[in-house]
Design a protein around this ligand. Structure first.
Ligand SMILES: NC(=O)C1=CN([C@@H]2O[C@H](COP(=O)(O)OP(=O)(O)OC[C@H]3O[C@@H](n4cnc5c(N)ncnc54)[C@H](OP(=O)(O)O)[C@@H]3O)[C@@H](O)[C@H]2O)[C@@H](O)CC1
Ligand SMILES: Nc1ncnc2c1ncn2[C@@H]1O[C@H](COP(=O)(O)OP(=O)(O)OP(=O)(O)O)[C@@H](O)[C@H]1O
Ligand SMILES: [Mg+2]
Length: 420
């Protein structure tokens, strides 16, 4: 098959044909990701973008598909892909182009707008009281990462509700966290005691529930059926009290199989990774993940679940509440160590709480155009995590681990919204 390859340097906006110096050096020195399709291969990294176009595919539709994929990869790529399209003689529908452009969001302005000032008149708790429901015999790291991230970003208090086994371990990681050993897994509970233990678990959590600005359900929760039944009840109570819920990890396993827990709840945020998203799409839309029309599919998914907000994690984070789709492509890190999604869930919880406060205060000076606090929280959480990951990677390279990224959360926020 014949093909034409064009390349674009993001630094100089130079275009060249494969085989000339520009493309050759880029493709040798940088590994690229590729998006599959019969006729388009898009390969991208932060310095370079390549479009390989089969001869029979040199039309605007194919260029547009490539461009759609491109914007998911990075916003600078998007700005320059129009230049690329002009260079290979394609044309695009103006409305489609505008729709693409509108996806990438100015996350820094949003972070500046919603981050509260450090005001000496405010008391403990006003900057956020977050609770993570997660942590079991197998997983103690995930709830810790989520809860400590909330504190490092600026929440005043961070709780963890975990199994009795996991609690001493999580407590030992940090004295900053308030750890409640209240959940139980089936292996620890006789059949005859299940109902009374479930009531006890719920009563323990209920005592605290009204104080929380946001729950994070799922990091390291595990999939024990009895434990998940108890957590379902906690979620129902939180929903009755209008407490926002960020659902991640095993919480998504629970919700995917019990959609009524979140369906129609505008204060629910789902943060699926690639596996979790696939399961959600299969269950809700009865189809497979579509990477070419990813924004449209995400929009349909959020709408279908009754306007919950979904943050689809990936090379670019895509966010939709069923009305709008936004993209955060701030440069992150090539390290994919486990736990980054946990940082994200804690970060989203804090920013969501701040965005709610900001919107309730009806600040007339606010320059935020859209007003859904869950979407704002996702945008801010995603951008801060990605910036922290980038800072950590510049220091630690291959040895970067989740703890290193958590240590960079403070600087990541400080650079955007200084404390004084
Ligand atoms: N340091 C820590 O403590 C960290 C802990 N973490 C915690 O780990 C949990 C899972 O999150 P993850 O991201 O591994 O889920 P994901 O990519 O869907 O699964 C990958 C594969 O594993 C399988 N599988 C998973 N769980 C299973 C189970 N309970 N029992 C059986 N199978 C299970 C799954 O199979 P499948 O669902 O496809 O059948 C898929 O093939 C979650 O609580 C998260 O918070 C992470 O946050 C990282 C840091
Ligand atoms: N391919 C990628 N390139 C760049 N950043 C990515 C990529 N995939 C994910 N990320 C970033 O890492 C964050 C966490 O996403 P990830 O898919 O690792 O979550 P996860 O699998 O739930 O993590 P965890 O290990 O905590 O469970 C996302 O918000 C995103 O910003
Ligand atoms: Mg995860």
């Amino acid at each position: 098959m014949k093909c034409k390859t064009v390349g674009l340097s993001l630094e100089s906006s130079k275009v060249g044909v494969a085989g000339n110096g520009i493309i050759k050096s880029a493709s040798i020195s940088k590994p690229f990701i590729s998006l599959q399709s019969n006729y388009v291969f898009l390969k991208h990294c932060w310095d370079w973008c390549l479009l390989k176009l089969m001869r029979d595919g040199m039309n605007s539709r194919i260029l547009l598909d490539a461009a759609k994929s491109c914007i998911l990869a990075s916003s600078p790529v998007f700005r320059r892909q129009q230049f690329l399209i002009r260079c290979v003689g394609g044309s695009t529908d103006q409305r489609d182009m505008q729709a693409l452009r509108s996806l990438e969001v100015d996350s820094q302005s949003i972070i500046r707008a919603i981050t509260p000032a450090l005001d000496p008149t405010r008391h403990k708790g006003q900057a956020g009281n977050i609770a993570v429901i997660g942590g079991c015999r197998e997983y103690t790291g995930a709830p810790y990462f989520s809860a400590i991230s909330a504190l490092k970003i600026g929440a005043d208090l961070s709780h963890v509700f975990c199994t009795t086994d996991a609690a001493p371990v999580i407590k030992s990681y940090s004295p900053e966290l308030i750890v409640h050993p209240v959940l139980e897994e089936s292996y620890n509970v006789g059949e005859e005691h299940k109902s009374s233990i479930a009531s006890k678990v719920l009563a323990e959590v209920d005592k605290w529930l009204e104080r929380f600005d946001c729950l994070v359900v799922g990091p390291g929760l595990g999939r024990d059926p009895f434990l998940l039944d108890c957590v379902s009840e906690i979620m129902r109570h939180a929903r009755q009290s209008n407490i926002p819920i960020v659902i991640d990890g095993d919480g998504l396993f629970l919700v995917t199989n019990n959609l009524e827990l979140v369906s129609g709840y505008a204060l629910a945020v789902l943060t699926p990774n690639v596996n979790e998203y696939k399961r959600l799409v299969q269950k809700v839309l009865s189809s497979e993940v579509n990477d070419i029309d990813a924004p449209q599919q995400l929009l349909s998914l959020a709408k279908q679940i009754g306007g919950v907000t979904i943050l689809r994690k990936g090379n670019s984070d895509l966010i939709s509440d069923g009305d709008t789709v936004k993209s955060v492509s701030v440069y992150g890190s090539p390290r994919r160590c486990g736990g980054q999604g946990d940082i994200l869930s804690g970060s989203v919880a804090v920013f969501l709480s701040w965005a709610r406060q900001h919107i309730l205060a009806a600040d007339s000076n606010s320059n935020i155009r859209f007003k859904n606090p869950t979407v704002l929280g996702c945008i801010a959480g995603s951008a801060i995590l990605r910036k922290a990951a980038s800072l950590a990677f510049s220091n630690k390279k291959r040895s970067t681990v989740t703890g290193d990224i958590i240590e960079c959360l403070g600087k990541s926020l400080e650079d955007i919204s200084p404390a004084s």
